[in-house]
Design a binder for this molecule. Structure first.
Ligand code: FMN
Length: 328
């Protein structure tokens, strides 16, 4: 059962539109991992979201690496690899290992695990593996690992969905149900404004996303325009880092904007908005402002007063926490 009917906006033969195919695959949210290997001369590592568990007994996991990855040879030759599951405060680590840098390991703190594979400090979990099998799967090699040792810390995972980094939160409906149950128990109380704010954000975000795509703007496209609007010409890597986007999505989006004439290339590898690109960005800002004004108007006074009260109480709590933390 779903609350609303969803139309198919793109689809068909994957070969006819590989970018659309990638976007459809991106509808499946994942975590983010850094896969490392001791390598022959120096350690190698890549950001990967193709990680999946395979078997509990024996303990097997898998992931896949693109043939085009510069680290492909290192992973093909090495008998070991380690999977590091990133926490929600490690976007920078993900970006470092998804970049074209030749010195990724100097950008993060790490130590060696039992098999010699690098383990990233403060990751949420790690699986130190012996490579059990490799299978060719189209333009990727699938690596199957037998877990020799694992570790888990407390914390929240970094998430990745529709080409963007995210965090995991309880679904507002689930949170509301849990809250209602708690209220039924005498003596147990909770701060309802937190889930109200989450619910309001969730609804607004879903509405905005629907309207934005109906108006022909994708989230990644909007961010690419915003990133280039705010700065001097950027490389694709710089843009991906600045806007917290997947480099591959940035490449797709830049190619589309180049074809439309909204983006131009400088020095062979830097991108900037053309006049029509700037115009498109301004149109988008106007569109968002109109949406915001309309959304505020459609909200009735009682609801707005309630929202305002919740936000005020929430801000007051935040402020007192800040003071408490400062005193500690
Ligand atoms: C969130 C995210 C997930 C990724 N998942 C994979 C993956 O599963 N397999 C892969 O080969 N590349 C994946 N990539 C791309 C690589 O991290 C990227 O191409 C990296 O530059 C490869 O490094 P290398 O060329 O130095 O080997 C992912 C990138 C991001 C940002």
């Amino acid at each position: 059962m779903a609350d609303k009917t969803r139309l198919i906006v793109e689809g068909g033969d994957p070969a006819a539109d590989p970018k659309a195919f990638r976007r459809a695959l991106g509808s499946f949210p994942t975590g983010v991992s850094i896969i490392t290997t001791p390598g022959l001369d120096a350690p190698a590592g890549v950001t990967a979201n193709s990680f999946a568990s395979v078997s509990l007994d024996p303990p097997l996991v898998l992931w896949s690496i693109a043939h085009t990855s510069r680290s492909h040879a290192a992973f093909r030759q090495s008998a070991h690899f380690a999977i590091n599951i990133l926490a929600d405060d490690q976007v920078g680590v993900s970006q470092a290992f998804a970049s074209a840098s030749y010195d990724k390991f100097s950008l993060v703190d790490w130590h060696r695990g039992g098999t010699g594979s690098p383990l990233i400090d403060n990751a949420l979990a790690y699986f130190d593996c012996v490579c059990e099998a490799r299978h060719e799967g189209g333009d990727h090699t699938i690596m199957i690992g037998r877990v020799i040792e694992f570790g888990r810390s407390e914390g929240s995972p970094l998430a990745f969905s529709q080409g963007r980094y995210g965090i995991t939160l309880d679904h507002p409906e689930v949170a509301a149900k849990a809250r209602d149950r708690k209220f039924e128990e005498p003596g147990l109380d909770e701060l309802p404004f937190l889930s109200l704010i989450a619910k309001a954000h969730y609804k607004e975000d879903a509405d905005l996303e629907e309207r934005r795509s109906a108006a022909g703007y994708t989230q990644v496209g909007s961010k690419v325009l915003a990133g280039l609007y705010q700065s001097a010409p950027l490389t694709a890597d710089e843009l991906a880092r600045r806007m917290y986007l997947d480099r591959r999505e940035v490449d797709d989006s830049l190619n589309e904007f180049l074809a439309d004439g909204h983006v131009a290339i400088f020095d062979g590898h830097r991108f900037a908005l053309t006049e029509s690109g700037k115009q498109r960005r301004r149109q988008m800002i106007e569109y968002l402002s109109r949406y915001q004004a309309q959304s505020a108007r459609s909200c009735d006074f009682g609801q707005r007063a309630e929202q305002l009260k919740n936000i005020t109480v929430y801000s007051a709590c935040e402020e007192s926490w800040r003071l408490v933390r400062r005193q500690i």
